[in-house]
Write a protein that binds this ligand. Sequence first.
Ligand code: TYC
Length: 103
Amino acid sequence: AEDGEGETGVLTRTKPKTKRPPMYKVMLLNDDYTPMEFVVHILERYFSLTHAESFEIMLTVHKKGLAVVGVFTREIAETKVAQVMESARQNQHPLQCTMEKEE
Ligand code: TYC
C-alpha cells in the first residue's frame, strides 16, 4: 500500500513488496477429433510430464471437458499455449489450449 506521505509529498511504500508474480493456469480443452496419443505426446513434449502423468491428464480432459495442465508465469504460459496451438495446427487437429490468470 502506498500510504506514507511524510514531509516530502512523495508517496512511499510501507508494506514490503513481495516477489511473487501473477500466475497463469494453462488449460487443455476436450474435442471429439484430436487423437488421444497426440494429446499425450503434446503433454510430454511441452510440459515435461511423464507418459503416465500425461495419459492421466489427457483422460481427465477427455472425461471432464478440460483440465489444468500447469501453472506458470505469464510469458511461460503464453509460450506453452503458442507451442500447443502451433503443433495442433501443423497436424490439423482442433485441439485448444488456453490460459487464465490465477486469483
Ligand atoms: N476426446 C478425444 C478423443 O476421444 C481425446 C482428447 C483428449 C482430445 C483431450 C482433446 O484435450 C483433449 N479422441
